[in-house]
Design a protein around this ligand. Structure first.
Ligand SMILES: [Zn+2]
Length: 287
């Protein structure tokens, strides 16, 4: 796990183990707020050690940007904290998170020590505020990657923890294509100093417009590919030839997962647009 100071008393932590997922901490004189947890217990525990030993304040709140495992399963390691999220995050963790963890625990022994911790405090519309010393955090909905996605603005520093509304390669299979485009546009208009994206390196002020443009172009490229495929008898045959590079992104991004997520994006987007799976000419049988 890597960690870096973003502004005074504002840090972010990046996983070495899974898809460069990020978490953050905003510390005040007598408490800290954690923003997301990391994918595996050992990395969330390393982040907790840093807060205990370096910052020396208790964690009062854990904010989840959305319900996905790589952002929420570490809630369990902050038993004294209140978990804060969108109301849909509570619903999705209950309906999908709990069974997903049970399934994962059968495969991965290191996950057996944890339980899903549901949000204690939720909001649905508008904004929610948390004051950490002199810093004002503003939590607001930023959907697209998923319907429950929120972002956290550290107002005084103009630092945005954007969750997966922005990541090095957009991932939209559990979300909504148009909302993703809208959320990117909103990020570019916020006058930010830094963006901590859900996955990948921190985006500096001068890089934000470029990152938003790249992601918008990627989304437009996959939309074109999906529409073109829909005119074919076997759409899947065409989609399988559309690699991530041809849509403007490198396959080495996200710790090498970019190619795989891209393929799922194409199939997921086809499903969002046409309400069915893209048909292929080959029939595969699982052996
Ligand atoms: Zn994620």
């Amino acid at each position: 796990m890597q960690h870096e100071r973003v502004a005074e008393d504002v840090y972010f932590f990046q996983s070495d183990l899974y898809a460069q997922v990020n978490a953050g901490v905003v510390a005040g004189p007598d408490m800290a707020v954690v923003i997301d947890t990391l994918a595996y217990p050992e990395e969330t525990l390393a982040m907790r050690d840093f807060i205990e030993h370096e910052l020396q304040v208790p964690v009062r709140y854990v904010v989840n940007t959305h319900y996905h495992a790589d952002h929420t399963w570490g809630n369990y390691f902050f038993p004294g904290a209140k978990v804060v999220a969108h109301s849909l995050c509570h619903q999705y963790l209950t309906e999908r998170g709990i069974p997903a963890l049970e399934a994962a625990q059968k495969e991965n022994a290191s996950l057996r020590q944890i339980k899903i911790v549901l949000p204690h405090v939720t909001f649905t519309d508008g904004e929610m505020g948390i004051q950490v010393g002199k810093k004002s955090l503003r939590l607001f909905s930023l959907p697209g990657h998923s319907a429950d996605s929120i972002a956290i603005l550290v107002q005084e520093d103009r630092v945005l923890f954007a969750g997966d509304a922005i990541m090095t390669v957009p991932y939209i299979i559990d979300g909504d294509f148009e909302e993703s485009l809208k959320s990117l546009k909103r990020i570019s208009r916020m006058g930010l100093e830094n963006v901590v994206q859900g996955h990948g390196d921190i985006i500096l002020r001068g890089e934000i417009d470029g990152a938003v443009k790249d992601n918008t172009e990627y989304l437009n490229a996959i939309r074109r590919a999906v529409r073109k495929s829909a005119r074919r008898k076997y759409p899947l045959d065409l989609l399988e030839t559309v690699d991530v590079e041809s849509c403007g992104k490198s396959r080495v991004l996200l710790g090498g997962l970019a190619g795989q997520l891209h393929r799922r994006n194409l199939i997921g987007l086809y499903h969002q647009f046409y309400g069915e799976e893209p048909l292929g000419s080959e029939v595969y049988f699982e052996s």
